[in-house]
Design a protein around this ligand. Structure first.
Ligand SMILES: Nc1nc2c(ncn2[C@@H]2O[C@H](COP(=O)(O)OP(=O)(O)O)[C@@H](O)[C@H]2O)c(=O)[nH]1
Ligand SMILES: [Mg+2]
Length: 209
């Protein structure tokens, strides 16, 4: 077993529906891309183990939405305790780029993070569709000029380009921002307790005989 220090960091992906958030996570964690439409990866988050060049072991807990971003109704549990943010737009969809600032406001309102240097990257996804590009490089550069600490990656979840580099960069930025954080102890046990007694299940009246 490696004796290097271990850290756990929570990472969120935010952006409009259909920009490719779930596909980016799937590409990064599972190294695959599937065309079949999936609103969600079916769970709250996926884990990815990363070893940094300095030998630290980081577990990225990467949170996906279950499609609730359509209704702007991502609960506090989604935002709470996040260590890093991936803002995603689709280079073929100008609206998804225009909505980035709204996502930042939601993030600040719900996470309580005010720090402009919070670890964050911007991902322009679907780079394989360059011929259908609707967001110019100069528009992106203008947005980034106002947020100098944010790094930009143009990625394709479909082809895999840029994805590993983007997540590694975020991981390293989180580690340098959290350099004071103590590593996770080996063999730590997390006790999970039910906080609510489940009520009686309601009968589905339409099926009642
Ligand atoms: N061409 C292309 N299509 C993509 C890419 N990433 C995602 N898609 C497609 O975009 C659609 C939405 O992807 P999804 O990951 O569900 O988006 P989400 O709603 O942001 O989670 C799906 O049809 C994907 O197949 C990409 O890099 N290139
Ligand atoms: Mg999704």
């Amino acid at each position: 077993m490696s004796t290097n220090p271990r850290y756990v960091s929570k990472v969120l992906l935010l952006g409009d529906s259909f920009v490719g958030k779930s596909c980016l996570i799937q590409r990064y964690v599972k190294k695959e891309f599937t065309q079949e439409f999936r609103a969600t990866i079916g769970c709250d988050f996926l884990m990815k183990q990363v070893e940094t060049p300095s030998g630290e072991n980081v577990t990225l807990q990467i949170w996906d939405t279950a499609g609730q971003e359509r209704f702007q109704s991502l609960g506090h549990a989604f935002y709470r305790g996040s260590d890093g943010l991936v803002l995603v737009f689709d280079i073929t969809n100008a609206d998804s780029f225009a909505h980035l600032d709204g996502w930042l406001v939601s993030f600040k309102d719900n996470s309580g993070v005010e720090d402009l240097d919070f670890p964050m990257i911007l991902v322009g996804n679907k780079a394989d569709l360059a011929k259908e590009r609707r967001v110019s490089e100069s528009e992106v550069a203008h947005w980034l000029n106002q947020r100098p600490s944010v790094k930009y990656y143009e990625c394709s979840a479909k082809e895999g380009t840029g994805v590993d580099a983007a997540f590694l960069d975020l991981c390293l930025t989180i580690r340098s921002a959290d350099s004071h954080k103590a590593p996770v102890l080996e063999n730590t046990t997390i006790k999970v307790q039910r906080t609510q007694t489940p009520g009686k299940r309601r009968l589905n009246t339409c099926c009642k005989r």
